[in-house]
Design a protein around this ligand. Structure first.
Ligand code: SF4
Length: 357
């Protein structure tokens, strides 16, 4: 089974993936307190144990993730940034990549680097407004020579056949993007950066081909390296049934730049687990487990009590979808209003960081 990291389908057959890919189920022995762990948003890991030990012993580890600059950020991206901030607070050495070269070379819709850089500014402004510091950031096109040399070194450690069997194609733009992604994850372990050290990257399950190949490459490189660790999240799904939240299909996603009317419109049209009639819902209850509105609360509302209340009242038929959607709209618009206010400052910082040098 090939998982396409660029695909747009929702992954639901997790059990099969555990078996087929040999991922370890995320265990409660990793007693980290956060909504992502408490609410089963993290489902699997590769080798997280060694990072967990570093966290418990208050020793440094590398915290590395990134976003390809290919479109506006949405709430799914916010989850990745929230994870990054969590590991930053837990003592990580931080490397948040603004992957503008990756964005250009792997996405046909990005016509040139100028276009990728415009998205890089947009993405970076949001990331800073969500709580990242400019010290946490690296911009792919502004890395030093060591990084680029390292990226080319990596190309010697992977063959066409391995690439094709992992991804099912040999698209040159995506091959280049992948080499950069392997370098993004591994370069902090070079002696010119932090040196050999466990690292953690949070990814969706469909990104597992990257994870496995990155570990394989780390084994083959002529440098002392810890195999990078990964934790896997259930991707937040799109607002419509059977979709992934994607900037390319704006109606599947709440964008971080959405205005209140847009949020209301999208939530009004989103797929719920409600019954066909009010009477049926009052009698039988709704199904929050398949509901996109509930999923928004589950991924983003910080208060466990609010999330539990929505779940329970829905199940008992004591909350109807119209009222629930309005609660969700109010919650999202409150968050977005405060977030977008911070953008006024961070936009200028982001422009300076991307445009200078
Ligand atoms: Fe979803 Fe809320 Fe309707 Fe329940 S009441 S199905 S959680 S929208």
């Amino acid at each position: 089974m090939i998982i396409d990291p660029w695909g747009s389908l929702e992954l639901s057959d997790y059990e099969k993936l555990f078996k087929e890919f040999g991922l370890e189920r995320f265990s409660t022995k990793f007693n980290l307190k956060h909504r992502f762990f408490d609410r089963n948003i993290v489902i699997a890991h590769r080798d997280f144990q060694k990072v967990f030990i570093r966290i418990k012993r208050k020793k440094p580890f590398i915290n590395i993730t990134g976003i390809a600059s290919s479109g506006p950020l949405h709430l799914g991206h916010k989850t990745i940034i929230d994870f990054f901030i969590l590991f930053k607070k837990l003592g990580g050495k931080n490397y948040f990549g603004i992957a503008n070269i990756d964005g250009y070379v792997s996405r046909p819709k990005i016509k040139d680097m100028e276009n990728a850089n415009l998205w890089a500014i947009e993405n970076l402004a949001h990331a800073l407004a969500l709580g990242l510091d400019k010290k946490d950031i690296f911009i792919q096109s502004k890395q030093n020579q060591r990084y680029y040399t390292f990226t080319f070194e990596i190309s010697k450690k992977i063959t066409e056949n391995v690439f094709k069997s992992a991804y099912g194609h040999l698209d040159l733009g995506k091959v280049s993007a992948n080499l950069l992604q392997y370098a993004d994850i591994l370069h902090p372990q070079l002696k010119e950066y932090e040196g050999e050290m466990p690292s953690i990257t949070v990814i969706g399950l469909e990104q597992d081909p990257h994870a496995k190949l990155t570990r394989d490459i780390a084994r083959r490189l002529p440098y002392p390296m810890e195999l990078p660790s990964f934790i896997y999240t259930k991707h937040q799904s799109g607002l419509q049934k059977g979709t992934k939240m994607s900037s390319s299909e704006p109606d599947t996603a709440i964008l971080l730049s959405d205005k209140p009317a847009e949020v209301s419109r999208k939530i009004a049209r989103s797929f719920t687990g409600g019954k066909d009639t009010i009477e049926q819902q009052k009698k039988l209850g709704g199904n929050p487990d398949i509901c996109k509105v509930y999923e928004l609360f589950k991924y983003h509302h910080e208060d466990d009590k609010v999330v539990e209340r929505v779940y329970t009242k829905c199940k008992k038929g004591k909350l109807l979808c119209g009222e629930c959607k309005q609660l969700c709209v109010n919650f999202l618009n409150k968050f977005l209003k405060s977030h977008q206010k911070k953008l006024q400052k961070t936009q200028k910082i982001a422009e300076r960081l991307i445009k200078t040098l």
